[in-house]
Each structure stands twice: as C-alpha cells, then as structure tokens.
Ligand binder design. Structure first.
Ligand code: NAD
Length: 481
C-alpha cells in the first residue's frame, strides 16, 4: 500500500498514485494544499474489472457480515472526526463546526446502511390460479457513484453505505475540488477489512472522459449521481442504446413559506440556518422566502439582525459562520443574480457585495450574507439555483396561492413551512411538489427518511427504508404447483 498522500486511487484493494496528479487548493486562500492522482481511462477500466470480479463473492456474503464492515468503518470515522473535519474545511471552505457535523452525519449514515442490508426483504404474494409468487431483491451489480464538492463527505458515504449493504460493488468518482476528503474516507472504509475490489476510488480532473469510458462498458449496471441538474440530465441521456439504472440527486430551488401564525424567533433562526449553512451552497438551501404580509416586517427585522451577526472568514478559524464560495464562477453567478434583481427593483437590505477581508491571504471568493426585499418572479434569482449566501424575500397574502408560487419551478428537492395551525400546515405540505419538507425544521435530511427530489431535482431516493432499493433489482418468481 502506498503511503504517498497523492495515492488517491483505490483499485482492487491497492492504493495507487496514477500516471499524473492534479492540484487541490484551499478555496479560502486559493493556496495549494495537496495533490490527487489523476485517474486515466486505463485506471477506469481496471477499476471496473475489479468491481466485476469482486461482485459474485460480495453479493454472496451475508448481509450481517457486510454490515459489520460498515459499522467498523463508522466507528473509525467517528474516531478520526477532528482530522477529517479539518481536511474537509481545507478543501471545501465550510466552517469547521459544519464539517464536524457532516463527518458525524456520514458515520450515522453508514450505521443506518449497515442495518438496512439485513432488511432488504422481498415479498410472498398470495397464491394465484397456478401457485404462489415471490419477489426477490437482488443487488444491481457494479455501480459508479459520482459525487459533488458541496457535501463531499456525506454525499459520498451515503452512496457507499447503501451500495455495499445491498451487496453491490462500487466505483466512486468524487468531485475534483474535494478529492482528499473522499480518499481519506474511502481509506477508512476500506481499512475496515473490505475484500479487494468491493470499493474503488477514482479521483480525476477530467470527469467527462473518465466517466465516458465507464459508461461505454455494459458491465456497469448503474450510475448513482449527485450534482448539478445539467450534468445529471446529460448522464441520463448518455445511457443511449444500453439502458442501465440511473439515480439522480440534482439541483434545487427551495421555497420557505412563513405563515402569519409562525413563531417568528424560531423561524428566523431556522431560516438563517437553512439559508446560510455552507455559504448557501446546499442543494436544500432556501432559495425563495415567502413571508405572509402581516409578519413580513417583524420577520425580516429578525433575519437582518441574524445576518449581521454572521461572521465571514476562513472556515478553520473560531467563530466563522460563512466561508468562501467554492470558486470564482460560483461568485460570479451570485453577483449576476443580485445585480439582475436590483436592476429589476429588488432592495438590498444587507450585504449585496463581495466581502473584503482585512487579511490579504484570504484571496478566495467571499460574498457577504445578503437579504433582498421586493423580489418578484421576473428576476433570475426567482428561477435559478443561486448557490450562495443570498436570501430573496417575497411577500404573500393568500395561503393557498403561495403554494402555487412555491411549486412554480422546474425543481422539486426541498421545501420549508413555518406556522402552527395544523390544518393549514397539512394542506400545504400535501400540495408542495418537493421530495423533502421541513415543517418548522431547518434540517429535514435524516438517515431514517428517504432523501431525493421530484421534477428536475432527481429520481430515486437515498436514506429511509427506500434508500437501499436504489441498489437492488426486483426479481419476480412465479411458481406452478
Ligand atoms: P457538478 O454537476 O458540476 O459535479 C458533480 C460531479 O459530477 C462531480 O464529481 C464532477 O466531477 C462530475 N462531473 C462533472 N461533469 C461531468 C460530466 N460531464 N460527466 C460525468 N461527471 C461529471 O456539480 P457540483 O458543482 O459539484 O455540485 C453542485 C450541484 O450539486 C448543485 O446543483 C447542487 O444543488 C447539487 N447537489 C445536489 C444534491 C442532492 O442530493 N440533490 C446534493 C448536493 C449537491
């Protein structure tokens, strides 16, 4: 096993350095923090060979044993939480407290997955004219998991946990911005004693080329993708003549609705968390805030106070609440949305510009926490995912019409509702076309619940008892007795 830190390729149980490397930078300072191996198409083929060779024995391994590896890996991740959190912050930029939470969430997801393998039940159907029927659940087969940089630990581990628990072998292809945290996690999971070939890791700076090589091979049975809607739809189209399973967790454009009977202090705290966590770069981040006219002023005053208290800076420094955006392109999108909104009549209540650090070494793409009032539906920010620390506020009067406004998007990942009248809350959540809904809850993603989107936000689910189905096929067996 190579101890070279740039040996980030895991193929057939062996860590490799690869023919070349690419640079990894701290987004807060833009300084180099390390190198990752740049996988070639030959590495991709070798990884798929290994995943295919290991599949028969892995699917034949009992679920309790498979779960045992995952539990051991979760324990190792918990033990290494501080080191992993520091690495995550150095590559992604998010505050250390958020990184700690994400690493812990990754361990919890592995623990959940470990048990789910034992519950991959089939079904016995009542005898028909000729005899009974069975539905058997069988692992889908060698799978490619592609993950994003914004939650580089949790998005990766949820795929690894469910796939391995289901008895499927896996190749993971983490985002090029965050390959080191991915390699560190894969190392801990593999070191739990996984047989060679069960899990491969391919870091790469040329995802389209690498993934294209794997897609061309019919032995690859499934792609599990988390990332932008644009790339996800491209992967769906790329299946071409040879259909294979594709699960997609893609972009979002989350609404939050605040009814007049909401607890405004609690709602302001929840909205601040659901908007500004990870500098707004979450697929579930609030992108449109709809506030009832009667409480608009009171709520917005609280939100302004909270936004003013958020400290921007390097994620590794104590007290930082908002780190940098991942790169310049991310910053430019945020600026474009704010400029467009202001040009069309929105008012900047706070922020609205790049954050200027006192220290010259913070060269990253920082943006001030921003609240925009008087936003309407003709603005780009009301149509597109911003992926930055900007909260656009809409005002509504009609409790039913606001749900139509919230649904008026091509996305359907997460939504938030704040209020106390149970009938109104129920009516609203029943009509919202979103896969994940927080009711007075800023963090609706839990291992116990199915996570995923409707419409252009995705297909299939991760988490909950539904999650493992993403890595299983249904096989119907009919008996004639
Ligand atoms: P991205 O689509 O650019 O990249 C995601 C992954 O796809 C990366 O690993 C990247 O290397 C790979 N990739 C890029 N181009 C590819 C190609 N042509 N072929 C194959 N693979 C390719 O997305 P991102 O910028 O890393 O992540 C941000 C996006 O992810 C946002 O839209 C966000 O909403 C979404 N996201 C969704 C969820 C969810 O669960 N629904 C979770 C996190 C992030």
């Amino acid at each position: 096993m190579s101890s070279d830190p740039s040996a980030t390729l895991l193929i057939d149980g062996e860590w490799r350095t690869g023919a070349s490397t690419f640079e990894v930078a701290d987004p807060a300072t833009t300084e180099l923090i390390g190198h990752a191996a740049d996988a070639t198409t030959a590495d991709a083929r070798a990884a798929l060979d290994a995943a295919c060779a290991a599949f028969p024995a892995w699917r034949g391994t009992d679920a309790e044993t498979r779960g045992g590896y995952l539990r051991a890996a979760a324990t190792a991740i918990r033990a290494e939480r501080e080191t992993l959190a520091a690495l995550l912050t150095s590559e992604n930029g998010k505050p250390l407290a958020e990184s700690r939470g994400e690493v812990l969430g990754a361990a919890r997801m592995l623990e959940w997955s470990a048990e789910e393998g034992r519950r991959a039940y089939g079904k016995v159907t009542p005898p028909a004219a000729n005899g009974p029927g069975l539905t058997l659940m069988t692992p889908v087969g060698p799978t490619l998991a592609i993950t994003p940089w914004n939650f580089p630990a949790s998005m990766l581990v949820r795929k690894i946990g469910l796939a391995l628990a289901a008895g499927t072998t896996l190749i993971v292809k983490p985002a090029e911005q965050t390959p080191l945290i991915a390699a560190a996690l894969v190392r801990l999971i593999n070191d739990a004693g996984l047989p060679a070939g069960v899990l491969q890791n391919l870091t790469s700076s040329r995802p389209a080329e690498l993934v294209g090589e794997l897609l061309a091979d019919p032995r690859l049975r499934k792609i599990s993708f988390t990332g932008s809607t644009e790339v996800g739809l491209g992967l769906l189209r790329s299946t071409g003549e040879r259909l294979r399973r594709v699960s997609l967790e893609m972009g979002g454009h989350s609404p939050a609705i605040v009814f007049a009977d909401a607890d405004l202090d609690a709602a302001a705290a929840a909205i601040t968390a659901a908007k500004f966590t990870n500098a707004g770069q979450s697929c579930t981040a609030i992108n449109r805030l709809f506030v009832h006219r009667d409480v608009r002023e009171d709520l917005v005053a609280r939100l302004e106070e909270k936004a003013a208290a958020l400290r921007v800076g390097h994620g590794a420094e104590d007290g930082t609440n908002i780190g940098p955006l991942i790169d310049q392109a991310g910053l430019e999108k945020v600026e474009r949305h704010v400029k467009d909104a202001v040009a069309k009549g929105a008012r900047v209540l706070c922020g609205g510009k790049r954050w200027t650090p006192e220290r010259a070494e913070l060269k990253g793409a920082f943006y001030e926490p921003t609240i925009l009032a008087d936003v309407d539906h003709g603005m780009a920010i009301s149509q597109e995912e911003t992926f930055g620390p900007v909260l656009p506020v809409f005002t509504f009067e009609d409790d039913d019409a606001v749900v139509d406004q919230a649904n008026a998007t091509a996305y359907g990942l997460a939504a938030y509702v704040f209020g106390s009248d149970f009938r109104r809350l129920w009516r609203t959540l029943d009509r919202l076309e979103f896969g994940v809904i927080g009711v007075n809850e800023p963090a609706p993603v839990r291992p116990e619940l199915p996570f995923g989107g409707m419409k252009n936000s995705g297909q299939e689910r991760e988490g909950g008892s539904e999650g493992i189905e993403g890595y299983l096929e249904h096989k119907a067996v009919a008996f004639k007795l």
